[in-house]
Design a binder for this molecule. Structure first.
Ligand code: F6R
Length: 630
């Protein structure tokens, strides 16, 4: 997803900006660019706003910047994930405004007046575009961003901060921007309204930075201020200035500097070919870290005040997107089956726009790897606006908006996840959600000490059990060779493992581009059976649970139509390989925690199928890591 880096410094800041973009690369992008208030320093290039843009990788942008000798102390940079307009160079950021009368066709010779980068979406861009065109502005792109550059230009009368303030007041939507003006060579102004933006305070206070994510500044500064909705920030050498929604200056107490240990995005791959593979294999460690320090089940694992909240709530509403939504679907089985608490799970982008019946005694649980997913954040705020006082998040980023805005939280310790396809974030979310189930069950008097001890023992054994599943990789690779030749696949599961089938299908489609669907196995005969042929492999998640015999009947339905089954069967299920049935034996049945184990072979299947098909595993087409736009 889009990323912003900006800086005001007395040194040449171009390498810092481009390296910042490199740290944000894992989030997914399709073009990138940098604009600098350039100093000529003997080169043939004039001083003033200069930019380089590319639809290739950030490394290519770096080469271009070096060969063009672009350097200077004030700059903004961007990775773009296309929303309005194709991923072509003219749509890449930074966007320039050349003023109201300069034809964009003359761009090569015209002098840029305003340079701007933007994350998010401007909803009223069409109306503004019409107005600005009528005022003489010529548009060089199809983006909603370019209108903001022209709008700032149209409002500029010698003070960039005032122009941005006036422009932002006319924008509708969710966005973060960073802007420069040709007449103010040592100034960058930023604004946050719905998309994340942080301010990085330079080590000796002489240089300051803007970024959409603290990770972009890893190794540059760990002194971070999290800007809030409606904040404007003015960066100049040796000083910064923040105003709030009402336009008044904010004090250091209102926007404190925090020390943030941001990981560098450039994590080592070690022996792995891709980050996704590395992250799949990190799961035993990630689960162990997530459970580290959990001595027993107490509500306070989720924060101060959790005890009182858990006493009063009568139901749970889980809101999330994508893979995180599927972890919520697993949790519904746990919360209703173990804690006996009525639970709904809803896709965040649906909930935020529908009329729902608020229940102030319901616990709102958001689940998010990044903690910045626009739809999930909007759903949380929507729930709060409806009068839901009790909010809790299961999140992998302690400094994220999700954690800051929820009253209670459990921070998973998956570590940074770089592969776009979520893997270790999912299993650590499940670990956090299982702890939540136990804590709620205990608060409601539905968990005996013996049960608590047994569940905790099983959880602590998970890293070892996961290692045993990861050892199945060679068998999965042989399945992947078959799948790589297919264009469709069906995934079946029942009960707790139906969401695992959904997650397996999502993993396969997003990185191998094979069309994959998942069904609860009992639904097969109500429609999807019509699709089953020898060209439609059917992956079946078959743990040895109460539904196994029913699932075996569903498998027979597939075999009777010539369908080929790929079955993940627990060791004790008595399902054997035979003609048209390929079986991989999982370890012994793992009870309620079985979904954490069964998802791993499906992650590996998607991974090795994608590798065999030669796709860009860590950066699948059209997708982004952290979806900060609607
Ligand atoms: C799929 C995937 C996405 C995310 C979804 C939510 O592999 O990664 O479906 O799960 O975009 O993201 P978070 O968890 O950051 O809110």
């Amino acid at each position: 997803m889009c990323g912003i880096v900006g800086a005001v410094s007395s040194r040449n800041i171009v390498p810092v900006l481009v390296q910042g973009l490199q740290r944000l690369e894992y989030r997914g992008y399709d073009s990138c660019g940098v604009a600098i208030h350039a100093v000529s320093r003997g080169s043939t290039r004039p001083s003033g706003l200069q930019r380089a843009r590319s639809t290739a990788r950030v490394s290519e942008l770096m080469e271009r910047v070096q060969s063009d000798h672009i350097q200077g102390g004030t700059g903004i940079a961007h990775t773009r994930w296309a929303t309005h307009g194709a991923p072509v160079e003219c749509n890449a950021h930074p966007h320039f405004s050349y003023g109201a009368t300069v034809d964009a066709a003359a761009e090569g010779t015209a002098v840029g007046r305003v340079a701007l980068v933007h994350n998010g979406i401007i909803e009223n861009y069409e109306a503004l575009r019409t107005r600005l065109q009528a005022a003489g502005y010529v548009f060089a792109s199809q983006t909603d961003t370019e209108i903001v550059a022209h709008l700032v230009d149209s409002l500029y009368s010698g003070d960039l901060f005032e122009a941005v303030q006036a422009a932002v007041a006319q924008l509708h939507g969710a966005f973060a921007i960073a802007v420069m003006h040709k007449d103010e060579p040592q100034r960058v102004v930023g604004a946050r309204a719905g998309s994340p933006l942080i301010l990085g305070v330079g080590q000796d206070g002489s240089e300051h930075f803007l970024a959409s994510d603290a990770m972009a500044l890893a190794g540059v500064t760990d002194q971070i201020i999290y800007l809030q909705e409606g904040d404007l920030v003015d960066l100049q050498p040796g000083r910064y200035w923040i105003t709030g929604q009402d336009g008044r200056a904010l004090s250091a107490e209102q926007r404190p500097v925090r020390t943030v240990q941001a990981h560098s995005g450039a994590a080592e791959l070690g022996p792995y070919r891709h980050y996704m593979q590395k992250e799949i294999f990190e799961q035993p460690r990630a689960i162990a870290d997530t459970l580290d320090g959990v001595q027993g089940i107490v509500p306070e694992l989720f924060g101060d005040g959790a005890y009182r909240v858990f006493q009063v709530i009568d139901s749970v509403l889980i809101l999330a997107c994508g893979t995180s939504y599927y972890s919520g679907c697993v949790a519904k089985y746990w919360l209703e089956g173990i804690a006996q608490i009525p639970t709904q799970v809803e896709v965040a982008s649906e909930y935020r726009y529908r009329t729902s019946v608020p229940n102030p005694r319901q616990l709102i649980v958001t689940i998010s790897q990044s903690g910045e997913t626009a739809d999930t954040l909007a759903a949380l705020r929507h729930a709060q606006s409806l009068g839901h006082p009790h909010t809790l998040t299961i999140c992998n980023v302690a400094t994220s908006a999700m954690v800051r805005e929820c009253a209670l939280a459990y921070i998973t310790r998956a570590g940074i996840e770089i592969g776009v396809a979520s893997t270790k974030a999912f299993t650590t979310q499940l670990a956090g959600l299982f702890l939540l189930t136990l804590a709620l069950a205990q608060s409601k008097g539905r968990l005996t000490e013996e049960q608590e001890a047994a569940h905790l023992t099983a959880m602590r054994h998970l890293p070892v059990a996961l290692q045993a599943v990861l050892a199945l990789e060679p068998q999965i690779i042989s399945w992947a060779e078959d799948f790589a030749r297919m264009e469709n696949a069906l995934f079946l599961g029942r009960g707790l493992h139906y969401p695992i089938a959904l997650e397996g299908a999502l993993k396969l489609k997003e990185i191998s581009y094979i069309h994959a669907e998942a069904y609860p196995a009992g639904e097969l005969k109500h429609g999807p059976l019509a699709l089953v042929t020898s060209a439609m492999p059917v992956v079946t998640v078959a743990p040895n649970d109460a539904l196994l015999e029913k699932l075996k009947s569903n498998m027979q339905e597939v075999r009777a139509r010539g369908g080929v089954l790929y079955v993940l069967a627990d060791a004790d299920t008595r399902i054997d390989s035979e003609d048209g049935i390929h079986v991989i034996r999982m370890p012994e049945h793992y009870g309620a925690l079985s979904p954490l184990l069964h998802v791993v072979p499906l992650q590996l299947l998607a991974y090795h199928t994608a590798v065999a098909r030669g796709t860009d595993v860590d950066k699948p087409r059209n997708l982004a890591k952290s979806v900060t736009v609607e």
